[in-house]
Design a protein around this ligand. Structure first.
Ligand code: BG6
Length: 299
């Protein structure tokens, strides 16, 4: 594997530069279409704002760690190859090892003014509890739309199963005024009620307390309606059959060292995912792609 902390093997397109003086290596994008920041640590998209938006679309905690041994709190952490705590090993990192691993920039280009950066993670980052041979590519397209494609390739000689999520943190004006549509009638596991099975009604989700739900068999786009920031964010997806909706609310935010006590009203996670019964089984040689396309418009 090439050195994860260098960019010199790949020519950077116009508008992409290596950030100076950051604790972790980061690429900054600034084009007529959008600005963005992406860390090699976790192939983590930390910021994105298209030119037509008046505020950042992604949320980032002011208390986030930017350390090799910690996940970044905000932006788009990649959960892979398991979601939440590991089923058998409580010492394994929550949400898998991908968000704690250095990814390698392996390709960069520009099409119609949108920048595309591709990052790769390989099996030598795998953990003893998931010892499979794989390649994972995250292709990030930064333009007036943010597109994320996570491609997992089984380069092993045996099948393997994985979970995945683009654990996207969105900035909102005030969570109490936000609604999320697109999950009407879907069944979900309610993680704040010990995983109880529930069904969403015929109405959009609103938030009045800690919310941590895994919506199953959901392939439609979700829309965040945000009167506080006078905008609507649409998350369209492909290759994803689950959607996770999360806001920690007051107490859980206080319990997290990398989450400011007063930051929870300004965010919501809508996660494009394949988790639980939607875990992906891949045969040797096969690839699976999960994609999210995020757009923002004034409302
Ligand atoms: C969500 C989970 O996706 O991520 C929550 O559903 C979890 O249960 C949250 O609390 C944050 O996880 P972490 O590991 O980044 O603190």
């Amino acid at each position: 594997m090439s050195s994860p902390h260098t960019f010199d093997a790949v020519a950077l397109p116009e508008g992409v530069a290596v950030a100076a003086g950051t604790a972790l290596p980061r690429l900054d994008v600034s084009t007529p279409q959008a600005t963005a920041q992406i860390y090699l640590h976790g192939a983590h998209v930390a910021a994105w704002q298209p030119a037509h938006a008046s505020a950042p679309v992604l949320w980032m905690s002011g208390q986030s760690h930017f350390r090799h041994d910690k996940p970044i709190r905000g932006g788009v952490p990649i959960c892979f190859p398991w979601f939440g705590p590991h089923a058998e090993d409580t010492t394994a990192p929550a949400h898998g090892f991908a968000r704690l691993s250095p990814w390698t920039l392996c390709d960069a280009g520009e099409v119609d003014g949108a920048v595309t950066l591709t990052f790769q993670l390989e099996s030598d980052n795998a953990s003893p509890v998931w010892p499979h041979h794989f390649h994972a590519d995250l292709r990030v397209t930064i333009g007036s739309i943010l597109k994320l494609d996570l491609v997992v390739h089984n380069v092993d000689d045996a099948p393997f199963t994985f979970e995945e999520a683009l654990h996207t943190y969105f900035a909102v004006g005030n969570i109490a005024q936000v609604t999320v549509s697109g999950l009407e009638h879907a069944h979900y596991l309610d993680k704040v009620a010990a995983g109880a099975s529930r069904q969403q009604g015929s109405y959009a989700i609103s938030f009045a307390g800690e919310t941590d739900r895994v919506y199953m068999d959901t392939t439609a786009a979700c829309i965040i309606h945000d009167p506080g920031l006078s905008r609507r964010i649409t998350i369209a997806k492909q290759g994803s059959a689950s959607t996770v909706v999360w806001n920690p609310w007051i107490q859980k935010a206080r319990n997290m060292a990398d989450f400011g006590d007063d930051e929870w009203p300004g965010m919501v996670c809508i996660e494009t995912a394949n988790v639980g019964k939607s875990a992906v089984r891949l045969r040797p040689g096969d690839r699976h792609t999960m994609s999210a396309a995020i757009t923002v418009e004034a409302a």
